[in-house]
Design a protein around this ligand. Structure first.
Ligand code: AMP
Length: 299
């Protein structure tokens, strides 16, 4: 059974950080999110790639247990290029080439339609809405976005948020989307919609979880070696959804655990370029860092 279903970009990324650079490496929100979810469950991707997309990446995703039959073939793969300066919390976009994403129509394979968990990773909100209406009866819809879509398609984005159960976004996006400098006010504005929980990512400073009457603050992991934070947000959201799909428990306590597992996977992701670190980590690495996260907060 495919769970969660993840829609997002499958991309070729070109990135420069103070610690090196890569050209046309495997990236994209669905890619990071599904690899992260695969540590907990059996995700399937909905996306589009082009003729230029190396088949070895599909083989790798399949080896990781990610179902790729929901990835259709277009002419040219989505490409993103960006850079980071010494403050690695903020990605600066150089170029976004939507390519085949511009004409992409979502096609949901039959065995994805009964998925109970859905992650709408960062992609055009009209496509996120299409997925919501094409999966039969999801128990939980988690959704992410970014400034690009807030700028370009705010109306559609708000419609999609209104249909999602959990919204995941970073602090700058929360301020921009809800038009307030205050993150508590932004979260409250979102909870007034149908959203049951809002998770605000604060890069290396951790993440905040807001539900109707509770608030949780997950620490950032004190990483000494960061090479490339690209995909941290996507792997955070993918891991949260994958963990919730595995545990089938939407209690406040389990949401908190999910946020910590999300932070564990995202922190590993930043340690190398593209998906290189996620390729190497094992289940025991995840559990060890989860324990460290617990220890950080004890006093
Ligand atoms: P993040 O988790 O925010 O660092 O996401 C980085 C990934 O998002 C990169 O691998 C990009 O390929 C992908 N990306 C960049 N811009 C967009 C966009 N406008 N829509 C969807 N995905 C994007």
């Amino acid at each position: 059974m495919i769970d969660p279903v993840i829609i997002g970009t499958v991309a070729l990324d070109s990135i420069e950080t103070p610690f090196g650079k890569i050209q046309d490496a495997l990236g994209g929100s669905a890619c990071y999110a599904s690899i992260a979810a695969s540590f907990f469950s059996k995700p399937g991707i909905l996306s589009i790639i082009g003729e230029d997309f190396p088949n070895k990446h599909i083989i790798f995703l399949n080896e990781k247990g990610v179902d790729t039959k929901g990835i259709i073939l277009g002419d040219k793969t989505f490409k993103w290029s960006g850079f980071y300066e010494f403050d690695m919390n903020e990605a600066k976009t150089l170029r976004t080439e939507l390519n085949s994403l511009e004409s992409y129509k979502v096609e949901v394979p039959d065995d994805y339609k009964n998925a109970k968990y859905v992650f709408l990773a960062n992609i055009d909100p009209e496509l996120q809405l299409d997925v919501i209406s094409n999966v039969n009866k999801p128990e939980l819809v988690v959704m992410d976005t970014m400034n690009f879509w807030i700028d370009q398609k705010k109306e559609h984005l708000l419609k999609a948020i209104d249909k999602a159960d959990i919204l995941v976004l970073n602090d700058a996006e929360a301020r921009q989307l809800f038009d307030t400098p205050n993150l508590v006010k932004a979260a409250k504005a979102c909870l007034k919609m149908h959203t049951k929980a809002v998770i605000i990512k604060k890069g290396e400073h951790g993440a905040l979880l807001f539900t109707d009457n509770q608030h949780f603050n997950a620490p950032g992991y004190p990483l000494e070696h960061i090479k490339d934070p690209t995909g941290c947000g996507d792997s955070f959201g993918g891991a949260i959804t994958g963990y919730l799909a595995k545990t089938q428990d939407l209690s406040e306590a389990n949401l908190r655990k999910a946020v910590v597992y999300g932070s564990v996977i995202a922190s590993y992701n930043a340690e190398d370029f593209s998906i290189e670190k996620l390729k190497r980590i094992k289940q025991e690495d995840i559990e060890n860092r989860y324990k460290e996260f617990k220890a950080i907060r004890q006093f």
